[in-house]
Design a protein. Sequence first.
Length: 379
Amino acid sequence: MTSTSQSYKARLNSIDALRGLAALTVVFYHARPMFWVGLGEIWKQYGLSININAWLCYATAPLYFGGLAVILFFIISGYCIHRRGAEQLISDSKASLNLKQYAIRRIWRIYPTYIAALLITALIDAYIRTHYLAEVDSGQSNSLFTFIMSLLALPGLAAPYFGSNTVFWTLALEIHFYIVYPILFYISRKHGALKTLALAFSISLIYIFGDFLLNLSDLLPYRGSGNPIFLPFLFTWTFGFYLAEVEAGRAALPKRYYLIAALGLIIALIASLFELSSLVAFSSTLPLSGLLYWSVKPQGNKFWDSKLGSLFTKLGLFSYSIYAIHRPVLLFIKVSLAQILSEKVFLTLIPALSASLVAVLVAYFFFLLVEKRTLKPIS
């Protein structure tokens, strides 16, 4: 295999497009149940009658799996974090990671946006608590202690999640992965990428089955809407890490990887029938990793460079902002318009689509004010 160091690009349009696709999926995944009556009610109203609105609603059924966009985000994260490290290892098998520089860059990249998102969540929650008390979750906490625990990436472990922004559990896990990355780097340097992936596979699978057999999640009183333990997702993040090694030339995927990806998809679908969410996420890593791998190849790059792909690429540039603040923005829209919108409106997807568009636009301005400043690395 040959090194790709000469063609290395700090930013790939295809990866930004995947980020944009994942971010938009998450936004509509959350907006859909907030601004729409649901498939059950639509079926009662229209059944199989010829109604364009009804069939458009039925077409959104795959969004039942929209939460898997988070898994794609984790894969992309592992891939992007390790791309430069994999390039260094192919050039020098004894290359070391500059821990100080790495830590500074990761903190600068994630924390300004994260802190700003926490503050916006606090403001919107305060507004809702004052004007629409019925919309406040009884388990919601906006305390200073919870805020600090969120900054320390300990929500769900040492304290409840902060406020109404239910996506914060994934931001905490992202920080956990940043902490684990140097360990993965050194294991890969010494033992190879495949053994590193195998180790992550084993750890995640053991945790998932241990949780299933021993109900380990019951020991986490603050778990909330997400899993505060990164272990079941370690394989997912490390697969992105592994794809960076494949790109650099230090590892390879099986020639017929699509068969393995198809098997993962089948297992994920079966696991979803039994509501085994951790196993669904674990298995879906295989087809979603295949999507990323295809996206960075010439054929995938060509697709994402199309007009449709360029739209997702533009969204991907501020996907972190979209992800970080869309939930409180959607909630603000919901409580503000709930009293003036007719119930019949919620039989259509128009409110959900409109609210999603507003959330994306607000996220763009948030990006210009906050996140954009973090794109320029500091040393």
